[in-house]
Each structure stands twice: as C-alpha cells, then as structure tokens.
Write a protein that binds this ligand. Structure first.
Ligand SMILES: Nc1ncnc2c1ncn2[C@@H]1O[C@H](COP(=O)(O)OP(=O)(O)OP(=O)(O)O)[C@@H](O)[C@H]1O
Length: 351
C-alpha cells in the first residue's frame, strides 16, 4: 500500500470542504476523483501536495506519516509531482530546462540523461531547445507531465490536466498519460469532472459529492453496480426519474414502467429514484402501447429513440437504445420494458 488518506477533513473558514474522506492508492495505480464542481476534489489534492493544512485525519506514504493535524511538511519536501490544467511551465526556460528544474541535486550528466529519457517517453525528443510558447497546448501538457515525473515521485497528482485540449487530442493524451503513469509506477490521483476521462484513465474511480466519497471502485463496479443515484446518473446518458411503486409498476411523471421481477411487499407505495440508461430499456412496436415514438437519432452503437407517454401531456422524453435493425416510425406506439442491467431503483431517503 503506497498512499493512505485516512479520515481527512478540511474547511475554509466555516465552509466544510472535506468531511471524513478515506482513500488508498497503490503504487502504479491511477485513481480518479470524479464529482461536480465544488465537491472538494482539488482540496483533497492540495492537502496531499502540502498546499493546504489538514484540519484532521492523516496521510501516510509507504508506512511513513506524511501529514496530520499539526504536522505539515512543506510541498517541496514531499515526494509528490503535480500537473495542473494551467500547466505553469516556466515561459523563459526551454523544454529541457523546464524538465530538469526539479533535478538540481543530480550531477549535470545524470540530469541530461534523465531529461532525454523523459523526452523520449513523452514523444518530444528533439524539442529540448524550444520555449513553451512555441509548443502546442498538447505538447506543453506533455512537457508538464515529463517535468512532474522527472524526480520519479512516489505520488503524482493531476488536476483536470486535459480540460483545455480538443476532443481528438484528449483521447490520445489520456492514453499516453495513463501508460506513462503506469510505467513510472507512482501512486496517481487524477481530478476530473468528466466521466469519460475517469473511465479512460483510471484503475479505480472515487465518486465525490459534498466533501465525501460516495463510492470507490473499478470502472466496471461503478457502472454496473452504482450504490447511489448520483453515481448511476453520471454514466451512459442516464436519466433520473421520480417514481412511486404501484403494484408491479413504477409510476413516474412521464409514464409507467413494469419492474423487472415485480415489486416486493416492502416496496409498495414507496417513493423511488429510477436511474436508467438508454441501454437499460427495450422497445417493441404495439398499436396498443403506452408510449409514442417522437424522434430518433443514429449513434455509433445503435439508434436512440425518444418516447413520450401516450397517456400524459408531458413532453419529457425517455431515451431508449435499439440496435441497427429496421428503425421504428415516428408517431408509432409501443411498449418499453425496463431491463435488469442499466436500470437502477433507489429508495428515496425519508427526511
Ligand atoms: N481558498 C479557498 N477559500 C475559501 N473557499 C474555498 C477555497 N478553495 C475552495 N473553496 C471552496 O471549497 C469548496 C471545494 O472546492 P474545491 O476546489 O476543492 O472543489 P472541486 O471539486 O475541485 O471543484 P472544481 O471542479 O470546480 O475545481 C468549494 O465550495 C469552494 O468554493
């Protein structure tokens, strides 16, 4: 076990930012913190980096205490590499000088050897003498990654590093960065609010909300077995609907759905959140059906149908995934079935 965060709390004045966060990150593992703006992701990174003082809890690295209440070693003494969105390369230094900045303790020959190695790793051999201003955004980001990795830190912290990169480049950079981080063997934490980025980059994802971690798991766990509506809602174009159990059906404002396997006695009359992805529903045409096809869209994984309830005036749609067979006709009626996968019922908490 490399990095252990234990029951961390933090507040800026009266605002509680972290409320008892615990997380372990193994050597060579990439863990993403995923959650909405303001949930405390950056604060968690800043605590590990030493840019904020911990109010309570402890941070351990390789069995050694790194920080706790009253013990805050300064950032430059921590074996931590940082990559932020605004990559903060030194504009007056060339690429090689930027990368070698954290290697001052090494003899010059070793420094240059490490710099060459890193430039090869990030695919920028030959760019040594360029100034950051003469590089593309993607190249600057790779230099920032090389600079952070140069001293071989035990921990790498990345805060929305690809937020300003265009979509096509983003995928390539994420793949390359993940391989580099795995190769470097650091315990890495990546902050993002983009579920796709978390899925592409991570061995595990920690879903955060309001200063707490709601769930930690592999991408597969998080997608297939979400433990809270907020978690289920993040992935795969999910929709969240309020509903009340009525026999074996869930009545929602936009229509009713049969519950696969029926409802149990204890569910009857209770309020639920239904979180459903288009892939969690199936459709078949039926002139007596309770749903009307309003629109459809082609996607790389099949067609998405947009349906409204035939017995409501609501124009709110439910999205249903179908295959590539003959498309339904706009205006036709049909049935929708909730499937066992990708449709999740969560009992509403009573207040
Ligand atoms: N220096 C500060 N002083 C006071 N409040 C702060 C400070 N930094 C952050 N906060 C507040 O703490 C909360 C958590 O902020 P934090 O930056 O950790 O969230 P985040 O999840 O990283 O958000 P984002 O995705 O927008 O960067 C927010 O309510 C924010 O307004």
């Amino acid at each position: 076990m490399t990095l252990i965060l234990e029951n961390l709390t933090h507040a800026y004045g009266q605002t509680k930012t972290l409320q008892g966060v615990s997380l372990n990150v193994e050597k060579g593992e990439v863990v993403s913190l995923l959650g909405p703006s303001g949930c405390g992701k950056t604060t968690l990174l800043r605590l590990v980096a030493g840019l904020e003082h911990l109010k309570s809890g402890r941070i351990e690295l390789d069995g050694q205490l790194l920080a706790t209440e009253g013990h805050h070693p300064p950032p430059e003494t921590r074996p931590v590499g940082l990559v932020f969105q605004e990559h903060a390369l030194f504009p007056g230094m060339n690429v090689a000088e930027n990368i070698m900045f954290g290697l001052k303790k090494l003899p010059a020959a070793k420094r240059q050897e490490r710099c060459r190695e890193l430039l090869n790793m990030v695919g920028l051999a030959g760019f040594e003498r360029r100034k950051p201003g003469a590089l593309s955004g993607g190249q600057q980001q790779r230099v920032a990654l090389a600079r952070a990795l140069a001293p071989a830190p035990s921990v790498m912290l990345l805060d929305e590093p690809y937020a300003s990169v265009d979509v096509m480049l983003k995928r390539e950079m994420r793949e390359a960065a993940r391989l580099l981080l795995k190769q470097a063997g650091s315990a890495s934490i990546l902050v993002t609010h983009d579920p796709e980025e978390a899925l592409e980059m991570s061995d595990r994802i920690a879903i955060m909300s309001d200063g707490r971690i709601l769930q930690v798991g592999t991408p597969e766990d998080i997608i297939e077995q979400p433990l809270a509506p907020e978690v289920a809602h993040l992935f795969g174009e999910a929709q969240m609907l309020d509903g009340e159990i009525d026999g074996d059906f869930l009545n929602t404002p936009i229509g009713r759905f049969r519950i696969p396997g029926g409802s149990s006695e204890s569910m009857k009359g209770k309020l639920y959140d239904l979180v459903v992805r288009p892939t969690g529903l199936s459709y078949h045409a039926d002139p007596d059906g309770e749903w009307i096809v309003r629109d459809l869209r082609y996607s790389s994984t099949g067609r998405i149908l947009y349906l409204t309830g035939a017995n409501t005036d609501s124009l709110s749609v439910v999205r249903v995934s179908t295959g590539f067979g003959a498309p339904p006709v706009v205006g036709e009626r049909g049935h929708i079935d909730l499937l066992d996968r990708h449709a999740f019922l969560f009992a509403k908490k009573s207040h």
